[in-house]
Write a protein that binds this ligand. Sequence first.
Ligand code: GUN
Length: 283
Amino acid sequence: MSAKLIDGNALAASIRNDVGRRVRRLADLGLTTGLAVVLVGDDPASAVYVRNKVKDCHEVGIVSTLDRLPAQTTEAALLARIAQLNADPAVHGILVQLPLPRHIDSHRVIEAISPAKDADGFHVSNVGMLVTGQALFRPCTPYGVMKMLEHAGAHLDGAEAVVIGRSNIVGKPQALMLLAEGATVTICHSRTRDLAAHTRRADIIVAAVGRIGLVTADMVKPGAIVIDVGMNRGADGKLCGDVDFAAVREVASAITPVPGGVGPMTRAMLLVNTIEAAERAAG
Ligand code: GUN
C-alpha cells in the first residue's frame, strides 16, 4: 500500500484564496487588514521565513510592514516598538520572528504583544484560552496540521494520537488541539524511554523534533496518518523532515511530504489568524 499524499501546497493555496476573499470583503467596507512583522538580527533562515510571510500577505491583499532591526537592538527598544504597533489601529496582527538574539528575553517580548493582535498565538493569555477551549489565536503550525488532518478525513474522536516534540510552538499546542477533538494524546520527547512502543499504537503521528530519520517504517502502525513537521537539511543539502518518507509511505494510509507539506500550511494559517483578527476588530 502506498499512502495518500496530503498536499500542503494545494491546501494552502485554497486557504489563501479564501483569506483573499475575506480581505476584499473588508476592503469593500473601507477597511484594510494589516500584519506587522518584526525581525531582529540577521539569522539567514529567519530572513527567508519573514520574506515569505510578507510575500504571502501581499498576495492576499493584507498590508504588511517589516521592521528589520539590528542584532544589537535592546530589549527596551523592541518593547517600545511593540507598544507602538499595539496602539496602531491599522495593525491587526503582530509577529516577532523567533529566535531572538540571546540578550533579549523572548518571553517578555511575547507577553508585550497585545493578546488581541498576537497572530502567532504565543502569548500566555492565548495559550490559556487554547487550554480552556476558547482559543482566540491558534499557533500556526499545529493549526495547519489540524487543517491537514481534517482534509485527509482523519477521525480524531477516540483516536490514539502521538505527538513527538514538546515545544511551545508546535508540540504542546498540537497536543491540546488534538485533545480538543477527542483524541487520546501522548506527548513523546527526547527523554521518552521507548518511542516506538508509543508510536506503534498511534492512529495519528505528528513528528516535530527536527531529527532526520526519527520515524522509521517499523515504528508506524499500518494505516496510520503521519504528519511530518520536521524541517532539516540532509547531507546532500536537500530539505527533509523527521520521517523516513520513502519507507513510511508504504505503511501509512496518509502522509505529508517535506517540502510541500506542513511548511506552506504554517504560512497560510498566519494569514487566517490575521484576517480573523481584522474581522474581530471590524466587529
Ligand atoms: N520561528 C519558527 N517558527 C516560528 C513561528 O511560527 N512564529 C515565529 N514568530 N517565529 C518562529
